[in-house]
Design a protein around this ligand. Structure first.
Ligand code: ZN
Ligand code: ZN
Length: 96
């Protein structure tokens, strides 16, 4: 019962997802490493319970790049996520 998106009803276990859906995050049950956009060839698996609960994609996995290289990606990812959070906050303000 946890293998589907509560927001858009896509069945992740069948490989379905909805582009643009916040909870799907653009993938079904697995995705390339989000830290380095798949450069390390690692595949991360969705934490379906947390995804459903938080209404946003949660992934379990680890980047296989060497630590120093990984750190630069992590910093970049963090900045991008912060910008997303700001945009969300702005949308919330405008919507209310
Ligand atoms: Zn969805
Ligand atoms: Zn990686």
């Amino acid at each position: 019962m946890w293998n589907k998106c509560i927001s858009c009803n896509a069945t992740w276990s069948d490989g379905q997802f909805t582009p643009g859906c916040q909870e799907c995050g653009g993938y079904a049950l697995s995705r390339p490493c989000p830290i380095c956009s798949g450069r390390c060839q690692a595949v991360w698996n969705r934490d379906t319970y947390m995804s459903n609960k938080m209404k946003s994609p949660f992934w379990n996995g680890d980047c296989r790049l060497p630590e120093p290289e990984k750190q630069t990606y992590l910093v970049r990812t963090f900045v991008e996520n912060t910008e997303d959070a700001l945009v969300d906050a702005m949308n919330d303000l405008c919507g209310s």
